[in-house]
Ligand binder design. Structure first.
Ligand code: TTP
Length: 330
């Protein structure tokens, strides 16, 4: 088998995270102070996939290029592919056809987070060499997802947001494809929402007798496209944070449970109750930082109470009258 390439989709309109995404790509919003996109790059590299293409949109592409660079920081080689309009996941695949060539590839949605990584999935694909391998997770409300109907672990049908779901297994944002996906994607017409849908391309593979297999994820999976999911992803990652104090914490502070304080951060007169992370050169003065909070680099918080929130690089919060809760602050 040709060596696997990686394709991370980081274009899109990102309408659901506005207003923060008017200025910044949603794939760069940090979870535990690391951009969501980086978790995807790291998962690919960990699975041995180091030749990576990133699909970007004209509006936010430069920021993504600047953040991820040429990939050397991750042990990868990154090629950027501009998709002029967010015309769907299958359209993004077609846009990347020159980069992908005849290689099989992992497609990873740039705003998705997967606790267990993708190593097991990639080795299953290498072993059985199907036309597509999709990843599934059990959900409580299958009618709001793309859902798979299975025969063993073979997929017989995919249905988008079914009224009468054939199973409770929803599609997760990681897919493996062989080169037959291009032909299937080229044959598509835009859906009701005007996009070339990857689920329809996979259905075409099945209809033309190709082999589409599936695996069920064992750990958690999060699509961080909306605020509540972003905060939940932040909580899940902070749960596993390694506590350490590289910054300065003065004697008049209480730092409890899982807390990471980065170099250059200065905390005084405050209580920090983890899980929480305090970024580089942040200033926390006479404040309360509660559980599940990620304070970005160079953030200033004084005389305020914050919990279950994400504060982006350079944010300032002073003399807040009430406790700030469940916020994403730029
Ligand atoms: P989605 O969340 O499905 O779409 P979106 O980014 O347009 O978001 P919204 O619904 O909030 O407007 O996209 C999943 C990932 O795929 C995300 O990282 C963006 C990326 N994407 C592309 O790269 N190209 C596309 O044409 C689309 C639709 C998404």
């Amino acid at each position: 088998m040709d060596d696997l390439k990686g394709l991370i989709l980081s274009g899109g309109a990102g309408t659901r995270l506005r207003p923060i995404t008017h200025t910044s790509a949603k794939q760069l919003v940090p979870v535990a102070n690391k951009p969501v996109l980086f978790y995807g790059i790291e998962a690919l590299v960990e699975a041995g996939v180091t030749e990576i293409g990133i699909v970007i949109a004209p509006e936010t592409g430069d920021e993504i290029r600047e953040a991820a660079g040429d990939g050397s920081a991750f042990g990868a080689t990154i090629t950027y592919i501009t998709q002029d309009r967010p015309d769907g996941l299958a359209h993004a695949v077609l846009t990347a056809e020159d980069f992908l060539g005849s290689s099989p590839f992992v497609m990873y949605l740039g705003d998705n987070l997967l606790a267990e990584g993708i190593t097991r999935l990639v080795s299953a694909f290498r072993d059985s060499q199907p036309d597509a391998l999709i990843l599934l997770t059990k959900v409580d409300d299958p009618s709001s997802y793309g859902v798979a109907e299975l025969d063993g672990d073979r997929v017989v049908r995919l249905v988008e947001k079914p009224k009468d779901p054939p199973s409770d297994l929803a599609l997760v944002g990681v897919y493996l494809f062989g080169p037959t996906i291009f032909e299937a994607a080229r044959a598509l017409e835009p859906s009701w929402r005007g996009e070339l849908e990857i689920t329809e391309a996979i259905d075409r593979l099945i209809e033309s007798g190709k082999r589409v297999e599936s695996q069920v994820v064992s750990g958690w999976w999060k699509d961080t496209g909306q605020l509540a999911d972003m905060l939940e992803a932040n909580r899940l990652v902070l749960e596993e944070l390694a506590p350490r104090i590289d910054g300065e914490v003065s004697d008049d502070c209480r730092v409890e449970s899982r807390v990471a304080v980065e170099a250059g951060a200065v905390i005084s007169g405050s209580v920090v109750r983890g899980p929480a992370i305090i970024g580089r050169d942040a200033r926390i003065t006479d404040a309360f930082i509660g559980p599940y909070t990620s304070i970005g680099d160079e953030v200033e918080v004084s005389r305020s109470e914050i919990e279950n929130s994400i504060l982006l690089t350079g944010a300032r919060v002073t003399d807040l009258g009430t406790r700030m809760e469940a916020c994403l602050l730029g």
